[in-house]
Design a protein around this ligand. Sequence first.
Ligand code: NAD
Length: 260
Amino acid sequence: MDFDIRGKRALVCGASKGLGRGCAEALAGEGVHVTIVARHAQVLEATAQAIRQANADVTVQTVACDITTAAGRTLALAACPAPDILVTNAGGPPMGNFRDWSRDDWIAALDANMLTPIELIKATVDGMMARGFGRIVNITSSAVKAPIDILGLSNGARSGLTGFVAGLARTTVARNVTINNLLPGPFDTDRLASTMIAAAKVGATSLDAVRAARMASNPARRFGTPAEFGAFCAFICSAQAGYLTGQNILLDGGAYPGTF
Ligand code: NAD
């Protein structure tokens, strides 16, 4: 299927590695010009080079910044002021026990995983509506649907974003601007590896043992890949997906056990 987004412009956050990179690669594969954002210039530039090599027909811009800061967002939006596609993403908040978290810990999580996507949407959605095309995808977490106790900061902050998006998405779709959330379960990325290293330490076991147990506990018996995630994101950004909005789409190999 031709997704009919060739020549569009995408701003993809948290895109030097992992799920964000998967989205940027898939969009570039559909002929979308991408501006990719991440904190570390060197890793980001290497990712950009790989995307350029695989897709000679698209431009790939890089912005090395912390997207959770106002200064970082200004830089990203200066490089890509009128995106047709926005993928919001940043690192997840730390794990822990809520008894140990201060107000500052909560504010940092809200800034990164709720207010940053909202600020980026605010800066771009009206232009999308005026142009009659827009696709906004927020990378959230399966923890929005099935909360994980040690990820309380993530559960809370991302649920705030989810509630906000549910209202906004209904006000933009008539102008062909959709807003959806993708909820990853376990995907094979550095982030997942870091949570497994922490789990191995706590359980006094090996990383290999934690990895094998996690895979075995998933109905698919494996982790998802960033390429699978990116392909789904590209479909949501397609011309054909204009009737899909305000949805929370779980990509987790069937780990969530409910019927709906
Ligand atoms: P990752 O660590 O592999 O990649 C994160 C990317 O975002 C990197 O490019 C990093 O440089 C960039 N980044 C992080 N913080 C940033 C910031 N403040 N400003 C700019 N760039 C920033 O992580 P991932 O596995 O791809 O996870 C992406 C998101 O999905 C995270 O919020 C994570 O919590 C969430 N998530 C991941 C999984 C999983 O299994 N991988 C599951 C549930 C939720």
